[in-house]
Design a protein around this ligand. Structure first.
Ligand SMILES: *[C@@H]1O[C@H](CO)[C@@H](O)[C@H](O)[C@H]1NC(C)=O
Ligand SMILES: *[C@@H]1O[C@H](CO)[C@@H](O)[C@H](O)[C@H]1NC(C)=O
Ligand SMILES: *[C@@H]1O[C@H](CO)[C@@H](O)[C@H](O)[C@H]1NC(C)=O
Ligand SMILES: *[C@@H]1O[C@H](CO)[C@@H](O)[C@H](O)[C@H]1NC(C)=O
Ligand SMILES: *[C@@H]1O[C@H](CO)[C@@H](O)[C@H](O)[C@H]1NC(C)=O
Ligand SMILES: *[C@@H]1O[C@H](CO)[C@@H](O)[C@H](O)[C@H]1NC(C)=O
Ligand SMILES: CC(=O)N[C@H]1CO[C@H](CO)[C@@H](O)[C@@H]1O
Length: 286
């Protein structure tokens, strides 16, 4: 397809406090550009000034647009389920602002951002609602390798398949999920014990507007991507406009503070990783 993509990354590895701030904004060069001071830019600025408010006002998920015709700007904002409104607002605001400051003239852009939890912001010249977007994708991987691949792979496959089935089953008990916002529709985090490393931790999320079939496709595409390109590495993050996929051998992003979905774990807590063991957030070549 040969899409041209530019990616810039901000990353802070706060080893002593363990949350790892991951943030990568992707400006989609293939989707067209706009001129400075154009109505498109103006509409984008308008959305930026209200998006954080609108996301928190809609319990963690909002999609909307401003403008007409070719100047119309669509946007989507989403926080991970359970995020406090204030933290959600901050995450969305920071992410939106960063898109505007980095993707200076690209009409389409997205960013997954955050430390304690993740949030997503997308801008586009086309309607985003219900449309699966696999590309552009932005992958990262740990530079370290896993030993004993066979045993590891079978745990990895089992966890991945279980989670994809669970995350995408939109048939949910309404009464038990009514307190969750839309953003929790396709969200799963889970842990499985692996030999040597202790725990394998995985986190997946799709935007709630796509179908469960598309959510499965998005996550499976990311799982396949890992297997084709980063098989044997000790951690992977794959960011796509419609879905987030990350797994690590350490407790990342505080995302695993309390795992409610599966039965309680009684596993040894993972040790704090060394720098070399963290998934390498390196700049992707243009
Ligand atoms: C986006 O909105 C926030 C909050 O209103 C503001 O502080 C920031 O400067 C805006 N970003 C740009 C690039 O205008
Ligand atoms: C956000 O909500 C405000 C009203 O509070 C509205 O005027 C604005 O257009 C909304 N933003 C978007 C992007 O729809
Ligand atoms: C959940 O509620 C929605 C409407 O609120 C309904 O359409 C859907 O069928 C319900 N799902 C289940 C599994 O009960
Ligand atoms: C839905 O969840 C409630 C509370 O957890 C439970 O009592 C009820 O039996 C569940 N209903 C179904 C159809 O699973
Ligand atoms: C990475 O972590 C493993 C345990 O998960 C440990 O045995 C190894 O020494 C660590 N590597 C480095 C370079 O610290
Ligand atoms: C993961 O890290 C968070 C924050 O550092 C901590 O509160 C939580 O107990 C940890 N979870 C596990 C399973 O170690
Ligand atoms: C939840 C929500 O706000 N959904 C809206 C997203 O945008 C489409 C149109 O672009 C609306 O139809 C949805 O209602």
């Amino acid at each position: 397809m040969g899409k041209k993509i530019s990616v810039s990354i901000l990353c802070f590895l706060l080893i002593s406090f363990s949350p790892i701030f991951v943030s990568a904004q992707t400006c989609d060069e293939a989707a067209g550009t706009f001129k400075p001071n154009s109505p498109y830019e103006n509409n984008r600025l308008l959305i930026n000034s209200t998006l954080a408010f609108n996301v928190t006002a809609h319990a963690g998920y909002f999609n909307g647009s401003i403008g007409v015709g070719l100047d119309r700007v669509y946007a989507l904002g989403m926080c991970a389920p359970g995020a406090e409104p204030q933290a959600c607002s901050y995450c969305i605001q920071e992410a939106s602002d960063r898109i505007l400051n980095t993707c200076l003239n690209q009409k389409d852009a997205f960013v997954w951002s955050g430390d304690e939890f993740i949030c997503l912001v997308r801008y586009s010249s086309k309607s985003l609602y219900g449309v699966l977007a696999l590309e552009p994708n932005t992958p990262f991987h740990n530079v370290m390798d896993v030993g004993n691949q066979k045993e590891f792979d079978s745990v990895w496959d089992g966890l991945m398949l279980r989670m994809i089935t669970r995350v995408s089953s939109s048939v949910r008990n309404n009464s038990s999920t009514s307190s969750l916002s839309l953003s929790g529709k396709y969200y799963a985090k889970d842990v499985a014990p692996v030999p040597v490393y202790g725990n394998l931790l995985m986190l997946m999320q799709c935007t709630p507007d796509i179908s469960s079939k598309d959510c499965i496709l998005c996550l499976e595409t990311s799982a396949d991507y890992y297997k084709k390109l980063f098989h044997g590495k000790r951690g992977t993050i794959i960011l796509r406009p419609s879905c987030f996929f990350r797994w690590e051998l350490y407790n990342f992003s505080g995302a695993f503070d309390n795992i409610n979905d599966p039965p309680p774990l009684s596993l040894p807590p993972p040790k704090s990783p060394s720098v070399a063991n963290l998934t390498n957030i390196a700049k992707k070549g243009k």
